[in-house]
Every structure is written in C-alpha cells, then in structure tokens.
Ligand binder design. Sequence first.
Ligand SMILES: C[S@@+](CC[C@H](N)C(=O)[O-])C[C@H]1O[C@@H](n2cnc3c(N)ncnc32)[C@H](O)[C@@H]1O
Length: 228
Amino acid sequence: MSSPLPRGEQKARVVRGLFDSISPRYDLVNRVMTFGMDIGWRRRAVRELHLPAGSRVFDLACGTGDLCREIERAGHLAYGFDFSFGMLANARTDAPVVQADILRLPIDDATADGVTCGFALRNVVSLPELFAEVARVLRPGGAVALLETSSPDNRVLRLGHRLYFEKAVPVIGGLLSDRDAYAYLPRSMAYLPPPEELLAMFRVEGFPSARRIQLSGGVAQLLVGVRG
Ligand SMILES: C[S@@+](CC[C@H](N)C(=O)[O-])C[C@H]1O[C@@H](n2cnc3c(N)ncnc32)[C@H](O)[C@@H]1O
C-alpha cells in the first residue's frame, strides 16, 4: 500500500523538494508526457484572459517559465513567482521571476490586470487560500486563468487516461528523470476536489461568474474568471 499523501507544511516541503530535483528535465518530460499538448493549453490560458496588450500579468507557480513566455508572446508584461529555486534556476524566460510562496505573495493589493497559474492547484497546501490570494492581487475587473490536469467525463476515456497516468507516466518519468517524482504526480490528483466543488470554491473567493473549460477531451481543465 502506498503511503498517505502529505498535508500542511510537510506537503509544501515535499512539493518544493520534488520540483527542485526534477527541474533540470522538467520541460522535456512535460513535452513527451503530454505529446506536446501542454504548449497549446498554456496558449489557450493566456488567450482566455482577454486582456489588451501591455497588461500586467502575474504567473503564479511559474516553474521554468513556459507561461511567462506565452504571456510575453501575447504582448503583455509577465512576472513569475515560484518557491522552487531549482525551477527558477532552469527558467527560460526574459520575464522577472521571484522566489515566493504563491499563498503569500510579496505584492500589494489590486496590482495585477491578469493572473495565470499552470498545473499547481494540486500542489498548494490550501486552494481557498490560493484563490483568495489571486483575488487580493487582482484589480477589480482583472482576469484569471488557472490551468490544471483533469480526468475526462467519458468513462472509456477516463479509464484510458487513468492507465496512462498511473502506469505510463512513472515509466516515462523514470526513463527521462525521476521515477518516484513522476509516480507522485498521478497520486497528487487526489488533492483536487471534483470539478463542481472546485469551481464553487473558486467562485466564492471573488470570482462569481467563473467557468470551467475542458481541454483535449477533458485531460486538462481551465478555470477562468473576472475579479468581481
Ligand atoms: C507542475 S509545476 C508547473 C510549472 C509551470 N506553471 C508550468 O506550467 O509548467 C508546479 C510548480 O508549482 C510550484 N509551487 C507549488 N506550490 C507552490 C507554492 N506554494 N508557492 C510557489 N510555488 C509553488 C512548484 O515549485 C512548481 O514549479
């Protein structure tokens, strides 16, 4: 039987250590594991902000900077935040990046036009705290797009996706990087509440009209909203 998933401060330590260790080959494994679809998902996330060029967009849990690059590509000003030095050291972006906990950003209230976050919802210690922090740093009318992995609604697709995620991903991760880390990845999906609950949690923290978009048949999801 596998050990229980870590919680609280222990979870934060485990997640940070894990990303420090896999950071050198993080981008390569991502591309292989998603068959390159992650690039399109990030692009869509930035498009869904519907912000005019020149907007100030904070990318939370920026990792190696893929979303920062997409934000800049769309003509915005990107600023990245992540607590893993390893990921930041391997970042390939011209955007300024800051080592910080995204649950306690070193940023004044209402300073961002937009906020993005890619594949980190399941990694934070508290989702309501993250949503509240996003609401705090966004100006009223500012836009947010949160990207995360998901499970397809269709039963057959869900089974195929589960097999791929639980069996193939650790093998791919093991060949290219660190097997234990990539075995944790599918397990960490258990931190995510069911879609409706996740959306309700997000709406209540200052995004009343938020909606959920399924991507690539439901293997990824996007929560988009405007600060009320
Ligand atoms: C799966 S990676 C995603 C990186 C990037 N957003 C992307 O799209 O590839 C998750 C990132 O979340 C970061 N992270 C998790 N919890 C965090 C927290 N509380 N504060 C800052 N960064 C955090 C990790 O260090 C890691 O870089």
